[in-house]
Design a protein around this ligand. Structure first.
Ligand SMILES: CC(C)(COP(=O)(O)OP(=O)(O)OC[C@H]1O[C@@H](n2cnc3c(N)ncnc32)[C@H](O)[C@@H]1OP(=O)(O)O)[C@@H](O)C(=O)NCCC(=O)NCCSC(=O)C[C@H](O)C(=O)O
Ligand SMILES: [Mg+2]
Length: 356
């Protein structure tokens, strides 16, 4: 580990100064596309107008014989596209793969000025982040970059979960962490065969009401990911970085996708991955606070004055702690509304109605 005094020192001569605060532009959906897929690539200019983050995926879901095409495709797309305020991220191949070194060298050298965040899969501990951290510093210095690239880790191995706190604090480049439920399930030897979401067999059942063990007993499906998401959120919040739910693989099941995303939102995540265009609007809806919640939050903040003491609003006690929660919602709403006139109008209309 670096000493606290050196934490913010560049790791290579000529590399840009690390940031002291992670920037928090909207990142409600990290939209995955395969840069070697011509149909997907053709949609990038339009998608860039709709999504918060576009991610050129080089890892899983890209066939081994398409890895170079995906890498070169991303370089070409990044050079040709004006992304406006939309962030461009990439997911490189895993650190033990034959492709990752060329991924990093090529991307930083060719399009390091266009990339915001590099997502690193299958991170097991701080040592993986330290390796990427130093290599990026060397490559940034060589490419003459002035803005440091940020790093996002995927939490998708049992070791990664055990070490999530040290991963979150391993480098000033750490921007955030996403849950990778599919690889994590395999790593843990879970008996699921899905990409995220629940499982009907993971449930609790009410007690028997009589001799018949099958009669009148209700079952409730449980959330397989609750523990890991909560742990990831704490690790991120404690280190000033951002937590995300990852993929929901049942593209047709837009209802359960929305539920999974909302659970993550309520627990503290700022966004999720969209794997298909149909998931973009789900993430946008879920990870933008609801207008009625924003109206309520603004009402509590107004009633609480300097934020201390206790007041009653509609029969509910509000105090220093509830106003802090309301500020989280109201500040997120203001940040999102600043770039979205439609959302701003919906928030203002709900606020007006609530105070009428
Ligand atoms: C899941 C898909 C393979 C489905 O693709 P397809 O069968 O082509 O779907 P559709 O026919 O419904 O597509 C309609 C049109 O939309 C385009 N399309 C589809 N997906 C995307 C996209 N992500 N971005 C842009 N455009 C997209 C299609 O090309 C069709 O176009 P057209 O014919 O012109 O109308 C596919 O969606 C897909 O591959 N998605 C990305 C998958 C992915 O990235 N997977 C990796 C992330 S999840 C993961 O890695 C697990 C994680 O790490 C963990 O461990 O948990
Ligand atoms: Mg994975």
């Amino acid at each position: 580990m670096r000493s606290p005094k050196d934490f913010f020192a560049p790791l290579a001569v000529g590399a840009p100064e690390p940031l002291r605060q992670i920037p928090v532009p909207p990142s409600r959906m990290i939209h995955f596309f395969d840069p070697s897929n011509e149909k997907m690539a053709a949609k990038v200019p339009d998608l860039a107008k709709k999504v918060d983050v576009l991610l050129g995926n080089l890892e899983d879901a890209v066939r081994a014989d398409r890895k170079e095409a995906a890498r070169n495709g991303l370089v070409a797309i990044a050079k040709a596209t004006d992304f406006g305020k939309t962030q461009l991220w990439t997911r490189v191949n895993s650190l033990d793969s034959p492709w990752v070194l060329d991924d990093l060298i090529t991307l930083v050298t060719e399009i390091g000025d266009k990339l915001d965040v590099i997502m690193v899969p299958k991170v097991e501990g701080a040592q993986d982040i330290h390796y990427v951290d130093r290599l990026l510093a060397q490559l940034e210095a060589r490419a003459g970059l002035t803005k440091p690239l940020l790093v996002h880790a995927i939490l998708e191995t049992a070791s990664g979960v055990v070490n999530v706190e040290e991963i979150a604090g391993a480098s000033p480049r750490m921007q955030g962490i996403s849950l990778g439920p599919a690889d994590l399930a395999a790593s843990r030897r879970m008996k699921t065969t899905r990409v995220g979401g629940g499982h009907p067999g993971y449930l609790v059942r009410t007690d028997p009401t009589g001799e018949d063990l099958n009669a009148g007993r209700t079952t409730y499906q449980q959330d397989l990911w609750h523990y890991t998401v909560a742990r990831m959120v704490d690790a991120c919040a404690a280190n000033g970085i951002l937590p995300y739910y990852g993929p929901f693989g049942d593209i047709r099941d837009v209802v359960a996708c929305e539920d999974q995303f909302r659970n993550a939102f309520l627990l503290g995540c700022v966004g999720a991955w969209s794997l298909h265009p149909v998931q973009i609007d789900i993430a946008k809806k879920v990870f933008s606070p609801a207008p009625e919640d924003v109206a309520w939050a603004r009402r509590v903040i107004a009633a609480m004055g300097d934020g201390t003491g206790a007041v009653m609003i509609d029969g509910k006690m509000q105090d220093d702690a509830s106003v802090k929660q309301c500020r989280v919602v109201a500040e997120l709403a203001d940040a999102l509304a600043a770039d979205d006139p439609e959302l701003a109008a919906a928030y203002d209309a709900a606020t007006k109605e609530a105070s009428a």
